[in-house]
Design a binder for this molecule. Sequence first.
Ligand SMILES: NC(=O)c1ccc[n+]([C@@H]2O[C@H](COP(=O)([O-])OP(=O)(O)OC[C@H]3O[C@@H](n4cnc5c(N)ncnc54)[C@H](OP(=O)(O)O)[C@@H]3O)[C@@H](O)[C@H]2O)c1
Length: 293
Amino acid sequence: MSQQQKSVTVIGLGPMGQAMVRSFLKAGVEVTVWNRSPEKAEAMAELGATRAATVAEALDANEVAVLSLTHYAAMYDVLGPVTDRLRGKVIANLSSDSPGKAREGAAWVRSHGAEFLSGGVMSAGDDIEHPASYIFYSGPREVFDEHARLLLPLSPQEYLGADDGLAQVFYQGLLTIFHPWLLAFDQATAMIAKSGHDIARFVPFAVRSSAAFPHFMQEFSVANQNGGWADVASLKMMDAGAQHIIDASAEVGVDATFSRTAQEYWRKAVAASADAGRAVSPFELLRDGSPAK
Ligand SMILES: NC(=O)c1ccc[n+]([C@@H]2O[C@H](COP(=O)([O-])OP(=O)(O)OC[C@H]3O[C@@H](n4cnc5c(N)ncnc54)[C@H](OP(=O)(O)O)[C@@H]3O)[C@@H](O)[C@H]2O)c1
């Protein structure tokens, strides 16, 4: 970052934007804030941020503006009326959305004369100071390099490449893993509780067993680069295994919709294998929709 860059604008003050403001302030960066609902900006002003009365004022205050909004559509709502203030600015949109929306957003911002970076905040909830938290960035390398130091208080950085959608490709990939994990954890712990047992006693075993996940990820990484893992006997065993989970959940009245969805994939792979005359992996089904014969 250039020597004089010790200040930044943050637009969007949900839990994530507020965490970002606190981290910037803690690092000695001056922060100007704007939020659609003014009370959140007031709360940040009490911590030492400067509250801009308008989006235009927030943009005028600094070269770099970090956006932390629900989605990219909100960026057009916020910046659309003040596009004349964008020339010469750097917009770092750290909101979540699809890669396509990030690419469109990047082109739109640049069409108004500003630089653009896209980011995916891979944090432990809104705890951006957690040791596991980091941020994916994509966009022009020189723009990232120029502003990386300013943005560093937000979390360690992983610059992925020039494709504006890339941060969101990796971010959404990781969330694709996280969402089912969270629901599966809820189903498992509901089953433990409804079985009359102690969630706190169960969880250390869940943590211990999850130590095998990196091993599986390595193995499946190799398999999925080569069409995916498939063995018909194992696919049938997974179908039977899913049924055991469904039964265990049903016995104590826990919703097993999620396990039924998993079972559908094992069954689809068994059926597709029979059709294709070869073992077809769930990876291949997810990737291609239907197997190549
Ligand atoms: N929170 C987390 O744990 C977490 C973790 C990683 C990544 N993220 C991502 O970080 C981003 C922000 O997260 P968050 O939890 O702070 O989200 P949030 O609670 O949805 O808040 C986002 C902000 O967007 C503003 N906003 C939404 N729609 C708007 C519109 N049409 N016009 C103007 N402002 C609008 C909200 O303003 P108002 O206050 O006026 O409603 C709020 O300030 C999201 O993309 C989220 O997916 C969040």
